[in-house]
Design a binder for this molecule. Structure first.
Ligand SMILES: C=C(O[C@@H]1C=C(C(=O)O)C=C[C@H]1O)C(=O)O
Length: 376
């Protein structure tokens, strides 16, 4: 670098403050003509035609502030995004400074959730844990996101400036690589691809295939998965016709995990129902919350405290009603000063869950994000 030059020289001026990269099409935006903290207001603005496009993030709790905006500049691409060389050239470095809670406490929480489930309080609850990362040199959220996209076999990745959610979120950025499609609408076609039931991948191909087969044949995981399909089918039934729900889930994978997934398809009944309306109707699914929803949400709030944007939804919706919303998992929130971040991972607990396996599963899920920070 020549002396006197700013360290950011070469940084693309087009760096977006919202991006969603997906194999089926991507979107990146800059600037905000208008922001919304209440997703209901954004949904209304799309429906009454006063807003052409909404992008951003919705929190886990329905009344938590959202970070939604009507962007100034929009670039849509058919396939996944190709991160700029500038961001690919930056190696992010951070280390795990704290586990929230420590794995032994997460294990104990899972054990007591299993006892609660057996006593009949809920059928399923999703418990998460977090890790706090610290960095000696400032992190660049776009570089972390570039690494997330490049490490994802499907080039899944997202980045959302959370500033529109208010002072507590000013300058904070959510980055992640979610494999889970909450809902997508194109024309009259609606699609969801919920995931639930997981097993860590293994470097040894024979072991890896064996754990995929064990997941496919696991009664406990099929049971855990069915809560999610039932909940989405129930939420979509009044909004869609021709709902197609495969009888059994199929295997799907990321670099780190095997999952059970079910591709649900339907046709929109009323064309005024936008992708954002659909997202708000299905969220939070039992893939991140539990069954019954309100009881599981109360349990989670009591055990974990507020989740903020983890286990919420990120995506976009336009005034024609089209849009994509992903479940905000495999993600981290980067601090405004760029010296730290917090990453989360959770897993569904049912009566037959094994506490040690749940600790291992959340550890494996965290690897997606930890790799992007070169943290271990
Ligand atoms: C909650 C997370 O993942 C969710 C929970 C899963 C499970 O319990 O098996 C699987 C995929 C996701 O729906 C997470 O990654 O943090």
């Amino acid at each position: 670098m020549a002396s006197g030059q700013h360290p950011d020289v070469g940084r693309p001026v087009t760096a977006p403050d919202f991006l969603l990269s997906r194999p089926t099409g991507s979107l990146r935006t800059q600037g905000a003509l208008r922001t919304f903290t209440d997703p209901g207001d954004a949904a209304l603005a799309l429906r009454d035609g006063s807003c052409g496009l909404v992008v951003g993030a919705i929190g886990f709790e329905p009344d938590a502030p959202a970070a939604l905006m009507e962007p100034e500049l929009v670039v849509r691409t058919d396939g996944p995004l190709e991160p700029p060389a500038y961001f690919r050239g930056i190696r992010s470095e951070a280390r795990v400074a704290e586990e929230i809670p420590i794995p032994a406490v997460h294990r104990a929480r899972v054990s007591s959730a299993i006892s609660g489930i057996k006593a009949g309080s809920v059928g399923k609850v999703v418990l998460a844990r977090a890790v706090r990362l610290v960095a000696d040199r400032p992190l660049d959220p776009h570089a972390v996101c570039a690494s997330l996209i490049d490490s994802s076999p499907a080039a899944d990745g997202f980045l959302v400036d959370l500033s529109p959610a208010g002072d507590a979120y000013a300058g904070r950025v959510l980055v992640g690589s979610s494999p889970e499609l909450l809902v997508r609408r194109r024309g009259d076609q609606v699609e969801c691809h919920p995931l639930a039931g997981s097993a860590p991948r293994d470097a040894d191909p024979a072991t890896d295939q064996a754990s995929a087969r064990a997941l496919r044949d696991s009664g406990k995981d099929a049971f855990e998965h069915a809560f999610v399909v039932d909940s989405i089918a129930h939420a979509l039934a009044p909004l869609c016709t021709d709902l197609e729900i495969p009888e059994r889930p199929s295997l799907t994978s990321t670099r780190e995990m095997w999952h059970l997934g079910t591709r649900i398809r339907g046709r929109i009944s009323d064309p005024r129902t936008t992708a954002l309306d659909l997202a708000l109707a299905v969220h939070p699914t039992p893939a991140v919350c539990g069954t019954p929803t309100d009881e599981a949400r109360r349990l989670i709030a009591g055990i974990e405290g507020p989740r903020g944007f983890y286990a919420g939804a990120i995506g976009w919706s336009d005034a024609d009603g089209d849009g994509d919303w992903m479940v905000s998992i495999r993600c981290a929130e980067i601090d405004a000063d760029r010296r730290g971040a917090i990453a989360w991972a959770g897993g569904g607990i049912v009566a037959d869950s094994d506490p040690d396996a749940e600790v291992a599963e959340t550890g494996a899920k965290l690897r997606t994000v930890l790799r992007a920070f070169n943290a271990s």
